[in-house]
Design a protein around this ligand. Structure first.
Ligand code: C2O
Ligand code: CU
Length: 445
């Protein structure tokens, strides 16, 4: 489909060349043996949608709903999505957040494709080889589009229906719960908008939490001990049971929580708001409002000390490439003019030099935050392994993430293998920050 992936100008010449060079990196045409083709049509359009609270908002949507249609698949299926834009004048794309798609499917406008304008189409096609919890969103003017509703969930179930943890049998209750803020109101609900769900006592439950906002959220699960079995779609090694802890979910990040449904209610509390969030009620049990305790004093679970260490596939001490990114705020050149910007090494996008890698390299990033704001750092197309935070090495399960929250003053070390050729956005997932300069490209030579 070369015609679909060639940029027709509009960006700096450097970007146009890039788009042409990834034209050959389009997705595979067939499912794995035993897999099927999952076809969807996503139509971007403006619509009025009703929030679970009953309030109506003017949204930008995929198929008239927020979140957009839930895309689910089993490992090995081929996902084929035709994106059609009706009336989003700025244009739209689909970016598969956290999913290591071939570069040509990545939905980065001006890099892997042209933004899809009103009346236009683009077909994405990739094989769902990784199980886990992911999401999709527009990557064009995403600081506006995602906030207005252009996002949805992507869940890929393991092919053999099993997981490494003890809740490996297919969960009887499996809820995907994006967290999103509309006009100051936090909404956590899947496509059906329900914030209360019945669950049979004793049933294995999996909650898939997805932060589709630009700020972190604090999440507390009360009424049962639980395990965090996956972070950003990737399983943790032997995660232990926890309770009475807060979980900090970075912008763009995902946590999968599992537990057995008790015979009393379970509450998922967001940002210590005891009235909001999600309730699970024991099916067949007596109704009655479960009292939610004050959660604000609970400590935060440190994921760098959670789970059990295990071997990782490379030695990050011998990296082939090492890039340092100092995140700050200040005056930088933006669109040829000096402007107040979020900067990387003193510059704002598109003036930040590309990071060049060779396929097979072990790449190390040092990310230093010298600003007063949190920067959820996000690399496309590759999971990164957390090595250390502020000099304290990761001591728990290997932690593979696509977004990590670098708080003011912090310094993080991460590493990954350059195993997915192309040109990849590398940016802050606070989307207004990315828009104001905090974005660059990692490029294979
Ligand atoms: Cu979820 Cu570059 O984005
Ligand atoms: Cu930021």
């Amino acid at each position: 489909l070369p015609a679909e992936s060639v940029t027709t100008g509009g960006g700096p010449g450097r970007t146009s060349r890039a788009a042409v060079s990834v034209a050959g990196l389009r997705g595979s045409g067939s499912p794995a043996p035993g897999g099927i083709v999952r076809r969807h049509v996503l139509t971007a359009k403006k619509a009025t949608v009703q929030l679970p609270s009953g309030r109506r908002i003017d949204a930008w949507t995929y198929n008239g709903q927020v979140p957009g249609p839930a895309i689910t698949a089993t490992q090995g299926d081929l996902i084929e999505v035709r994106l059609h834009n009706t009336d989003i004048g700025d244009g739209v794309t689909l970016h598969w957040h956290g999913y290591d798609v071939p570069c040509g499917e990545d939905g980065a406008p001006g890099v892997t494709q042209r933004a899809v304008g009103p009346g236009e189409d683009f077909v994405y096609r990739f094989r769902a080889d990784q199980a886990g919890t992911y999401w999709y969103h527009t990557h064009h003017a995403s600081h506006v589009g995602v906030r207005k509703g252009l996002y949805g969930t992507l869940v890929v179930k393991p092919r053999d229906g099993r997981r490494a943890d003890e809740h490996s049998a297919a969960e009887q209750v499996d809820l995907t719960l994006p967290v999103h803020t509309f006009d100051g109101t936090v909404v956590i609900a899947g496509g059906d908008g329900r914030t209360e769900h019945p669950a049979p006592p004793g049933a294995p439950v999996r909650l898939r939490l997805i932060n589709t906002d630009s700020d972190p959220h604090r999440i507390v699960l009360t009424g049962t001990p639980f395990r965090v079995v996956a972070v950003d779609g990737r399983d943790l090694n032997r995660p232990g049971e926890v309770g009475d802890v807060g979980l900090r979910l970075p912008a763009g990040g995902r946590y999968d929580l599992v537990f057995r449904m008790p015979d009393t209610s379970v509450a998922l509390v967001i940002d210590d708001d005891r009235d909001g969030g999600v309730r699970l009620r024991p099916q067949g049990g007596a109704p009655g409002e479960a009292r939610v305790e004050d959660t604000s004093g609970l400590p935060e679970l440190d994921l760098l000390r959670y789970g059990t260490p295990a071997a990782v596939p490379f030695d990050a001490r011998n990296a082939d490439r090492h890039f340092t990114m100092v995140l700050d705020r200040g005056v930088a050149m933006v669109d040829g003019r000096p402007a107040y910007a979020h900067t990387v090494n003193g510059r704002g996008h598109p003036a930040i030099p590309d990071q060049l890698v060779t396929e097979g390299d072990i790449v190390r990033f040092t990310v230093v935050n010298r600003s007063l704001e949190t920067h959820p750092w996000h690399l496309h197309g590759h999971p990164v392994l957390i090595l250390s935070r502020d000099g304290t090495p990761s001591r728990g399960s290997p932690l593979w993430v696509d977004t990590f929250d670098v708080r003011p003053g912090e310094k993080w070390e991460v590493a990954f293998r350059a195993a997915n050729p192309g040109i990849w956005m590398n940016h802050c997932h606070n989307l207004p920050h990315a828009h104001q300069g905090m974005m660059l490209q990692l490029r294979y030579d």
